[in-house]
Design a protein around this ligand. Structure first.
Ligand code: AMP
Length: 225
């Protein structure tokens, strides 16, 4: 079988990062979270980081060309490994979707791109994000929750289960910025999706308002069949 690349599509708070982490840990797949990569640039104060710091804090989107170039670079490194790939948080706009389709058709025609769409209401997504904690180690950025029923409570208070670094809050995980992020996401969602579907990209949809283990199990059952 040819190499698969899953596009994890869903609003902030839908569980893309957590589901990715489970796939990476369980199967050794490779993930690119464009959001994590952006935050890494900011932490390292690179030229790109300085350019995007304010945009991220306000919940707006980064320039399409800049984000697509990041994905392009990553694919150059990872396609040759033959691993199953996860794109978490990309594409987010029609322009990104078009660039991505063009790029993969031209450079990686063998890659089996599939959409995994996570469905969640705005209220549930906000509820998750305002109680979210993330690992402050930018090479980790594991996601935790203060909600006792989430299955994502850190074993030791404010300490990452995976790497032991302190947990922190994302500056854009406030209710006000999150409402803006959701509005931005919803604005682009349908057109971007239509663009991928027009290019015959297969799609599977999952209810994301369930415990993460349940979502992981439905995902595994659906893709491993
Ligand atoms: P996330 O971690 O996916 O919630 O992304 C955090 C922030 O990074 C977003 O609010 C955007 O500012 C930026 N970002 C991440 N992915 C993209 C993308 N595909 N296009 C534009 N901006 C992005």
């Amino acid at each position: 079988v040819s190499q698969a690349a899953y596009i994890f599509l869903g609003p902030p708070g839908s569980g893309k990062g957590t589901l990715s982490k489970l796939c990476v840990e369980t199967f050794g797949w490779l993930q690119l979270s464009t959001g994590n990569l952006c935050r890494k640039h900011i932490a390292e104060q690179t030229d790109i980081g300085k350019q995007i710091d304010f945009i991220i804090k306000s919940g707006k989107l980064i320039d399409d060309q800049l984000i697509t170039d990041m994905v392009d670079c990553w694919l150059e490194e990872v396609v040759k490994t033959g691993s199953t790939l996860i794109l978490d948080g990309f594409p987010r706009t029609v322009d990104q979707a078009q660039r991505f389709i063009q790029m993969t058709n031209r450079k990686y025609p063998e890659l089996r791109v599939q959409i995994i769409r996570l469905l969640i209401s705005d209220d549930a997504a906000i509820d998750r994000v305002v109680s979210r904690f993330v690992c402050s180690n930018k090479a980790c950025q594991a996601v935790f929750s203060a909600k006792s029923d989430s299955g994502l409570v850190a074993k030791r208070d404010l300490t990452c289960d995976y790497c032991g670094s302190p947990l922190c809050r994302r500056s854009d995980d406030t209710e006000i910025v999150m409402r803006n992020r959701l509005q931005v996401y919803r604005k682009h969602e349908q057109d971007m999706l239509n663009c991928l579907l027009d290019a015959q990209t297969p799609i599977k949809e999952f209810q994301a308002e369930v415990p993460i283990e349940d979502m992981f199990n439905s995902f595994i059952n659906a893709v491993m069949r």
